[in-house]
Design a protein around this ligand. Sequence first.
Ligand code: SF4
Length: 212
Amino acid sequence: MSEKIALLKELKAECMSCTTCRLHKGDSKVQKPHVFGSGNVRAKIMVVGQNPGFNETQKGKPFIGAAGKNFDKFLADILELDRDHIYITNTVKCYSPKNRAPYWDETDACRHFLRREIEAIQPKVILALGNYAAQYFLKKTGMKDLHGKKVWSEEFNVYVVPLYHPSPMNMNKPVLKQATTDDFIKLKKMLEEMEDEETSATIDSDTDVSRV
Ligand code: SF4
């Protein structure tokens, strides 16, 4: 465990001083645009959003504010989990001027940070929040078709489940709110199945060992 924490601390330090792409400059409102991931380093669920907004840069933590609160409520009400159980980060580690979406060359420049973060945490599943994060992992657009489905990512060696972004704008739309509720219910079942598979794999391997 201490090796994992040391690895993440090193990665964070590298990220916080990164000047590889234009986003490191911030803008007139934000002089420190870097925000690294945070949460439980043993988490089975890793949540990945687009990139930090203004509020996140002020607190130095990803996914706070109204969207974060909406997400926390789904997490608590349906999965019976809180932030202590998960790890949250972004595809791109810096805020972008006027909160525009990162350009793809910026995303590509930053890609190695998330890859190394995933390798360190080794989650069972990644929840990709919103269209940008879904496209990042799955190279496809169209949340209507993608949301709530578990897809294996060869690149990151992990299952990815895209979810609608829990922004107030989305969650004030009854159709999207209901779809997200349904997706979390499906997710709960997926997590239980993954847990069962893990338990049976452990029993099988124990059985094998006892035969030797
Ligand atoms: S967005 Fe990523 S690659 Fe660009 S400066 Fe920030 S940390 Fe570096």
